[in-house]
Structures are given as structure tokens and as C-alpha cells.
Design a protein around this ligand. Structure first.
Ligand code: PLP
Length: 390
């Protein structure tokens, strides 16, 4: 591997949300990696900083060309650049789209357990969360198609937020599954917002399929969001792209992102994103090898040391979803004990809805040495929990 993913970067006292923890604590919660970003991005930002000029920025054609290049070369999808709009983040864009595409009181469909902030974007805008919970059996999640069809057909359902690939369960949806979602959405006049922020982080050889690329029907009902933020660990660059093939839907969303003031980049967003998308492929491929190794390390450690837990097999995201129901169905309490006794800070799954209360989510995007520390703490924390609950 030509890039270094073993450096133990000290991120304490750097305004990092993730590392705003006590001295003895080890954060493995929020989706933010402990790796320095790709060299091409740093060079582009340094070049920009050296100009000493940070006036209002516009989005050049080169930005959209770079997004198109990335999606073509990495994901075999070549959306037209005039379908694209720059936005300052995926979550703000979801909230804006909810306000424009649905009406107060409508249902917005999700598939719990799912990224918790989707719920905020829906509820904070006066819409109802309608979940077609993922079906869980034999350690695997799948779509309950009858349930999804019924919920799509509810006249109050106007929008679905699809997590593709899925955070927290780490699942890559197949082209067939995506096509089926697209058909249901088209039949029921539901717009599908496909959040593809985790799409670049997949096991080597197991790429994801962009929803809009799965069929013409999917493209027609879709709003897709992509971003370098998870891929390159540049969340605070605040850069993302919406891709909306349907002209009417594009115009509606375009009005939203402009009136919500989400369409103007900061001084580093454009140069940083172009560098990511045009020079960062090798770095991401190396990163994916490291994350896959880390995922395998967690799975092996749990099998050997903590057989009462079950790691859900996943091929996407750097988040590992672990079934703890043989220990407790209240992982909030479990995570509290783990944090209090060992300092390991992981996420209790209840916030993701569905059967999340039986699970914990662990962020494994860190050097192997730090991961080993985390796993050791997990083991000790679990022992402490068992002792306290016996
Ligand atoms: C599925 C998903 N969407 C969006 C985000 C955040 O996006 P942004 O920082 O661009 O608002 C995250 C962060 O964890 C995520 O997991």
C-alpha cells in the first residue's frame, strides 16, 4: 500500500467534534476518519491559501467535469454535468429537498435502522417519518418488499430517503433492488433522494451502484447526493453535489438550495473537491484496503473473544454494526458502561430506529494500532457490563 494509514495522528484540541473527549477516552463514534487526507487535496488547498485572497467563489464547469469524471471512472455512471448542482453539505440538501419536494404533514419514507439525522431533516420540517424497517434474520438485513410497497402507496408518501450504501448496516443495494425501489417510486409518484455519501467506501471489487444509474425509471424519480466528505475525510470542506436528471424536479430543488443559501462554496471547497476527484483515486483504493482489513480484524476479534456478539457482514462504509442482543436489548446502557469503565466511545444503535437498540456502531477508520486499543477496551467494557448486570 503506497499511502500511510498507520500514523497515530493526535487530534485532541484541534476543534475535532470526534475528539472532543476526556484524555483517557477513545472516540470511535461519529463518521469521521483518523487518517490524514489525500496529498493532492492538501496541495490544492495550500495553493489556494497561498493566494491570500478568499473572496466570493463561483462554481466552475471544471468542478462538474471532475464529479462526472469520478463517477464515470469509479462507478461506471456518466451523469450530464447540467444535471448537477453544488451544495454545502448532504444533510442541508436533504432538509432543503424535503421542504421543496414534500408538503407539511406528508410522509417521508426511510428504511430503519438508518442514519439518524434523516429523522431530523424530516421531523424538523413538519413531515412524518414513515419507516419500512429493514427485515432482520440470520444476521442479515433485507427489504420487506410488501411493506415497502404498502408504504410507498400511502397517498401521504411523497418522498423517500434512500441510504445507498446503507449506514449503519453497511449494505450495498443491488441493481435489482434499486430498480425495484425505482419502479415502486414511479408508480406512486414518490421522489427518491438517494444519499450516496458512503458510495466510495466499499470492499475492493464490490463497488456500489448509483441509484440513478440502475434504470431510466430510477433516474427519472431521483435526486442523488454525492460528496468527497466521507471518502477523503474532508467533512469540514462542506462540499457536495446534487444530481437531478429530471428537469422539473431539478428546477424545484434548485430554487430550494438557492433560497436556503446552500449553493455557494467556501474558499477551499471547489479546489479541494476537484483535486479529490481528479487525483485521489489511488488513495481511496488504498484506503478501502485498509478499511476492509480493519473490518476483518473486528470480525475475527469478536468471533474469538466475544462470541456473544455478532458482527454484521457489510461491504460498505467504515462503520461496523454489531448485534448485542445476546447481551442486552438496551445498548444505550451497554455503551454507557463501556465508556465509563474503559473510555471507549461508540454509538448505541437506538438512535437509528428499527431494531437498532440491540446494536452498537463502531467506526473503524483508524490505524490498526488504535483499532486494537478499541477492541481491547470493548472486551473490558463488556466484562464490566456483565459483572454489573449479573
Ligand atoms: C448517510 C449520511 N449522510 C450524510 C452525512 C453527513 O453529510 P454532510 O456532512 O455532507 O451534511 C452522513 C455523515 O455521517 C451520513 O452518514
Amino acid at each position: 500500500m503506497s499511502h500511510n494509514f498507520s500514523e497515530m495522528v493526535d487530534r485532541r484540541h484541534t476543534n475535532s467534534v470526534k475528539w472532543d473527549v476526556a484524555d483517557n477516552e477513545l472516540p470511535m463514534w461519529v463518521a469521521d476518519m483518523d487518517f490524514r487526507t489525500a496529498p493532492g487535496i492538501v496541495a490544492a488547498i495550500q495553493k489556494k491559501a497561498a493566494t491570500w485572497i478568499f473572496g466570493y467563489e463561483e462554481v466552475p464547469q471544471a468542478y462538474f467535469d471532475a464529479v462526472q469524471h469520478w463517477l464515470t471512472t469509479e462507478h461506471n455512471w456518466t451523469p450530464q454535468t447540467d444535471w448537477m448542482r453544488f451544495v454545502t453539505g448532504v444533510v442541508p440538501a436533504i432538509s432543503s429537498a424535503v421542504r421543496r419536494v414534500s408538503h407539511v404533514g406528508d410522509n417521508v419514507l426511510v428504511q430503519a435502522p438508518v442514519y439518524n439525522i434523516f429523522y431530523n431533516s424530516i421531523v424538523n420540517n413538519g413531515r412524518h417519518v414513515l419507516s419500512s424497517d429493514l427485515h432482520y434474520a440470520d444476521g442479515q438485513y433485507s427489504i420487506d418488499w410488501d411493506n415497502l410497497a404498502t408504504k410507498m402507496a400511502d397517498p401521504l408518501t411523497s418522498m423517500m430517503i434512500l441510504c445507498n450504501p446503507h449506514n449503519p448496516v453497511g449494505k450495498i443495494w443491488t441493481p435489482d433492488e434499486l430498480r425495484r425501489i425505482g419502479e415502486l417510486a414511479a408508480t406512486n409518484h414518490v421522489t427518491v433522494f438517494s444519499d450516496e455519501i458512503h458510495g466510495d467506501i466499499t470492499t475492493p471489487g464490490k463497488g456500489y451502484t448509483p441509484f440513478a444509474s440502475a434504470s431510466d425509471t430510477c433516474a427519472a424519480v431521483s435526486i442523488t447526493a454525492v460528496s468527497p466528505s466521507k471518502t477523503f475525510n474532508v467533512a469540514a470542506l462542506h462540499a457536495a453535489t446534487l444530481i437531478i436528471p429530471d428537469e422539473n424536479r431539478r428546477n424545484v430543488v434548485d430554487r430550494g438550495i438557492n433560497t436556503d443559501e446552500l449553493a455557494e462554496p467556501n474558499a477551499f471547497a471547489i479546489d479541494g473537491s476537484i483535486a479529490a476527484y481528479t487525483t485521489g483515486a489511488d488513495w481511496v483504493h488504498d484506503l478501502n484496503r485498509q478499511i476492509t482489513a480493519n473490518r476483518q480484524a473486528v470480525t475475527a476479534f469478536v468471533q474469538e473473544n466475544l462470541p456473544e456478539l455478532h458482527v454484521i457482514a457489510g461491504d460498505a462504509t467504515y462503520l461496523v454494526w454489531i448485534d448485542c442482543r445476546d447481551v442486552t436489548t438496551d445498548t444505550q446502557a451497554l455503551c454507557q458502561v463501556i465508556r465509563q469503565t474503559t473510555g471507549l466511545f461508540i454509538t448505541a444503535g437506538a438512535v437509528y430506529g428499527g431494531n437498532g437498540h440491540d446494536f452498537v456502531r463502531i467506526n473503524v477508520a483508524c490505524p490498526a494500532e488504535r483499532l486494537a486499543d478499541g477492541l481491547d477496551r470493548l472486551k473490558r467494557g463488556l466484562q464490566a457490563f456483565r459483572q454489573q448486570n449479573n
